[in-house]
Design a protein around this ligand. Structure first.
Ligand SMILES: Nc1ncnc2c1ncn2[C@@H]1O[C@H](COP(=O)(O)OP(=O)(O)OP(=O)(O)O)[C@@H](O)[C@H]1O
Ligand SMILES: [Mg+2]
Length: 274
């Protein structure tokens, strides 16, 4: 079944109502849980293109990560209610709190790309408190960015997709899966090094900068240059790489750099200036 056709059908016991948006992993729907009689948001994940072993491993990790993020209970974090696979299509999905509002990305698009100082500081402080809570439980978001922050109708933000970014499969450039969003990623995450809560705080700092100035501190070209130079520094292959055509380069450089490039290429194609 194609994703668009899910509207009006069931995923598990949930009645799909409308599509809320699409990301790198799949589609997010608004749905109704008939058992509890409440509106929920459902993120379905497309596993197209995965090898059977990778698919099985992914399904297992999906449940583990959703369970970890599902332990979080905080007013500024989108609560996870359920994780399952549709019995007919076997599509994995996560059921979460539905937040009526607009993502910070949409807010920035419509509010002239800038927020009043008081609002920007208030939103940032609330997000920092939510991150502090999650980090104290050992959970790192890894993809803090405006589309993962939903500003509810009461003006308060909620962070979505906690821990889920880890589930994006970076070795699948053909499906456009990405791990984090380069414009908001910390240097250690761009390098593919282990990350902790400080990496999320770096992303929050990028968001605050953007909320106040309308610009991102690190334009994509600068990030691309930095990752390339960093890779050259680590591998010491600058002189040969600078002469080699793209295909040869990608065989010579460390896998992390290939991954970063494919993420950036995907994001340039699908997210405009992300
Ligand atoms: N719990 C929710 N309640 C209401 N809307 C939501 C919820 N979760 C996600 N959305 C909306 O669905 C859209 C798609 O979300 P999704 O996480 O799939 O992609 P993304 O965050 O935009 O991008 P990426 O996949 O690159 O991380 C988001 O823009 C958001 O506005
Ligand atoms: Mg998201």
């Amino acid at each position: 079944m194609t994703m668009a056709k899910r509207v009006g059908t069931l995923v598990g016991r949930y009645e799909i109502d409308s599509e809320l948006g699409r990301g790198a992993m799949g589609v997010v729907y608004r749905a109704r849980d008939p058992r509890i009689d409440r509106t929920v948001a459902i993120k379905t994940v497309s596993l197209l293109g995965l090898e059977p072993d990778a698919e099985q491993e992914y399904r297992e990790r999906f449940v583990v990560e959703a369970r970890a993020a599902g332990r979080l209970s905080h007013p500024r974090i989108v609560t996870i209610f359920d994780v399952a696979e549709d019995p007919y299509t076997l599509t994995p999905y996560i059921v979460m709190e539905y937040v009526s509002g607009r993502s910070l990305e949409e807010v920035l698009c419509t509010e002239n790309g800038i927020l009043p100082l008081d609002t920007a500081l208030q939103v940032t402080q609330e997000l920092a408190e939510a991150l502090d809570y999650a980090h104290a439980q050992g959970i790192v978001h890894r993809d803090v960015k405006p589309s993962n922050i939903i500003v509810a109708e009461d003006g308060h933000p909620k962070i979505a997709d906690f821990g889920i970014a880890k589930l994006n499969a970076p070795d699948l450039p053909q499906t456009g899966r990405t791990l984090g969003t380069p414009a908001y990623m910390s240097p250690e995450q761009l390098r593919g090094d282990p990350v902790d809560g400080r990496s999320d705080l770096f992303s929050l700092g990028v968001i605050l900068y953007q909320l106040l100035t309308r610009h991102r501190p690190f334009p994509r070209a600068a990030i691309h240059r930095w990752t390339t130079e960093e890779t050259y520094r680590q591998t010491g292959t600058a002189s040969s790489l600078s002469r080699a055509p793209w295909g040869l380069q990608s065989r010579s450089v460390i896998p992390a750099e290939r991954t970063i490039r494919s993420r950036m290429l995907f994001h340039s194609a699908s997210h405009g200036n992300n």
